[in-house]
Design a protein around this ligand. Structure first.
Ligand code: CP
Length: 307
């Protein structure tokens, strides 16, 4: 592959290859000296047109640990504000000969469009409601390490599925790896067409959580609700917020995940999110750096082979 635009383009063996390579970087990242030179001499530009904490920080750290020259474009201060288009901005940066472009954009499909115009590898860091492939890969690595496998697991994805690129990428990845997926949430936030991905849909969380191995919580993405139905947070927490009582319906060793940013007391109880016996939220962040190192190494290798 030349780019990493979505999980939809990856095969089972592509996914396994990224996760296997990422394991090496989990070990490297736990050492005091964390440096490798596999991206030495290469230029990585991060273009984030939407807010980010985890994804932007981990892509920057990943590039630096691999020896790339990393530049974070301050999009708020860029000439986009003067009316320059996304493509003109990308072409301008392309003329500076970057090797890796990491792009987050609020519009679904914007990153694919940009990838068609530039000469370097493009990594999708989240486009609208479409895909967030490195998030699904880091979630997969977290699950594989916690459960010892990434197949034949019962996995619940709960909450605002409709607006979530994280849910969409996870559905595709976990489906490709032959897991059973349940989507849990109010019908307004879990579109029925997701059964096309092979998922089962539940609006009763107490039913949906029964005997699952993994519980993945999602934030209510009010910024994408376009003034439509926004649930009352209190009512929502009562019905769909994960707390110890609801988690007790899952398997006794079920893990709790959240891609972040989380809203404590809305979709998840804060004490449960911090419970290191059940929650793997911090491991997800740790795996994010390793997975992004692996993805960038593989794309740089493909670029070198194609040259
Ligand atoms: N999970 C995730 O994408 O977080 P950020 O929006 O902080 O990058």
């Amino acid at each position: 592959h030349r780019h990493l635009l979505g999980i939809e383009h990856l095969s089972q063996s592509d996914i396994t290859a990224i996760l296997d390579l990422a394991e090496k970087y989990v070990d490297l990242n736990r050492q005091s000296a964390k440096h490798s030179d596999v991206l030495s001499g290469l230029t990585q530009i991060n273009m984030f047109f939407e807010n980010s904490t985890r994804t932007q920080a981990s892509f920057e750290i990943a590039g630096k640990r691999l020896g790339a020259d990393v530049m974070n474009m301050a999009m708020q201060a860029s000439s986009i504000k003067k009316g320059e288009t996304l493509i003109d901005t990308a072409m301008t940066l392309n003329a500076m000969h970057p090797d890796l472009l990491v792009v987050r954009h609020p519009h679904s499909g914007a990153v694919d469009l940009l990838a068609q115009k530039v000469n370097c590898a493009v990594l999708n860091a989240g486009d609208g409601r479409h895909e967030h492939p490195t998030q699904a890969l880091l979630d997969a690595l977290t699950i594989r390490r916690a459960k010892g496998r990434l197949h034949r697991l019962n996995i619940a994805i709960c909450g605002d599925v409709a607006h979530s690129r994280v849910a969409r990428s996870n559905l595709i990845l976990l489906g490709k790896m032959e897991n059973r997926i349940r989507l849990i949430g109010p019908p307004t936030l879990v579109p029925s067409q997701f059964v096309d991905f092979g998922a089962e849909i539940y609006d009763d969380m107490n039913e949906g959580l029964k005997d699952v191995d993994v519980v993945m919580m999602l934030r209510l993405q009010k910024e994408r609700m376009d003034g439509g139905f926004i649930p009352s947070e209190r009512e929502y927490y009562h019905r769909y917020g994960l707390d110890a009582a609801k988690l007790a319906l899952a398997k006794p060793d079920a893990i709790v995940m959240h891609p972040g940013p989380m809203n404590r007391g809305v979709e998840i109880d804060g004490t449960l999110a911090d419970d290191i016996n059940r929650s793997v939220i911090q491991e997800q962040v740790e795996m994010g750096v390793a997975v992004r190192m692996a993805a960038m190494e593989l794309l740089a290798r493909n670029q070198r082979d194609a040259a």
